[in-house]
Design a binder for this molecule. Structure first.
Ligand SMILES: [Zn+2]
Length: 306
């Protein structure tokens, strides 16, 4: 069989070349939207906290691989576990913001979103003395109906956002949104948008790649092939994310219903090994290290509302 002349064998190309982004959403096991269907915020303080040991495990794995990542910290966690946030920063990682209450942005008014964001920024500043410049919305809830949030993020001093997943999903996503990082022009200034990694399978089909759930639930080769395709065919960096609770197979099972349980608890036991492989096979850095400041960003500017 004749090989395709314009498709070089992927295994022969250098494995580490483009610096991808590895990001961690620092929240408790009872914060994911799938779990919040069964546990309301009034119950949070009565549940055992596991975020510190779970995040320490992530920090140890990152240290072992010499990797620096971006940690999107929930303000609620920063307020209760300030020493953990200080330790993440002390180990050289980037401190970023994951809201205060982990509420879906499209369910908030602009005023509520601004209040939640500023409260989270204050909690993170109080914990570690660092003002976060990158933001990630809970459950990628900046969608077509909440694009106004990007204006508020720039107004609040953020330079980077990573809240848009350019796929079709039942709870989030903006199908058709640019798949690669770009500088958006908001009413309050420029904002570098770093979407979660996807691959284009056809004109109409975009498949998700970045995400702990895909790493947990699917064979490792799915994620690896996706990143290689983005790095080698498109010469772009991939933005990956996961949560500390995704490495803990012994966490309390609060979600019920088979879809929620599969999405939240499937593959927990294999996650650490897969993460180690990912950090071995690919180059990773922080979000701002990979994508620069908006004013110096060579990416073409786009208006957020178009
Ligand atoms: Zn989250």
């Amino acid at each position: 069989m004749n090989p395709e002349p314009d498709l070089p064998p992927l295994t022969l190309t250098p494995r580490k070349s483009i610096r991808n982004t590895i990001s961690v959403d620092v929240e408790e096991y009872f914060h994911p939207s799938e779990v919040q269907k069964y546990v309301h915020a009034g119950q949070w303080t009565s549940l055992p906290s596991l975020v510190e040991p779970q995040t320490r495990r992530v920090l140890e794995i990152f240290d072992r691989h010499g990797v620096k990542g971006t940690f999107f910290v929930l303000g609620w966690v920063a307020q209760r576990q300030p020493a953990l946030v200080r330790e993440i920063a002390a180990r050289g990682h980037e401190i970023a913001c994951h809201s205060f209450w982990h509420r879906l942005v499209y369910n908030l008014t602009p005023a509520e979103f601004r209040e939640d964001t500023l409260r989270a920024v204050r909690a993170i500043e109080d914990a570690c003395g660092i003002t976060p410049r990158a933001y990630r919305a809970p459950s990628y809830s900046i969608t077509r109906r909440s694009l106004w949030a990007l204006d508020i993020l720039a107004e609040c001093g953020f330079t980077h956002d990573s809240s848009i997943y350019p796929i079709q999903h039942d709870r989030y996503g903006i199908p058709g949104f640019g798949r690669h990082p770009q500088t958006l022009t908001t009413a309050s200034g420029p904002l570098v948008e770093v979407p979660i990694a996807t691959v284009r399978l056809s004109d109409r089909i975009i498949a998700p790649v970045g995400g702990g759930a895909y790493l947990r639930l699917l064979p490792y080769r799915y994620t690896a092939a996706g990143i290689r395709r983005i790095n080698q065919h498109e010469q772009q960096a991939a933005c990956m994310y996961f949560h500390p609770w995704e490495l803990d197979a012994r966490q309390p099972r609060l979600a019920s219903g088979w879809v929620s349980r599969l999405r939240t608890y499937g593959g927990l036991g294999s996650m650490a090994v897969k993460l180690e492989r990912l950090l071995t096979d690919f180059e990773f850095t922080t979000l701002i290290a990979a994508h620069g400041a908006p004013e110096s960003n060579p990416l073409q500017a786009h208006t957020a509302h178009t």
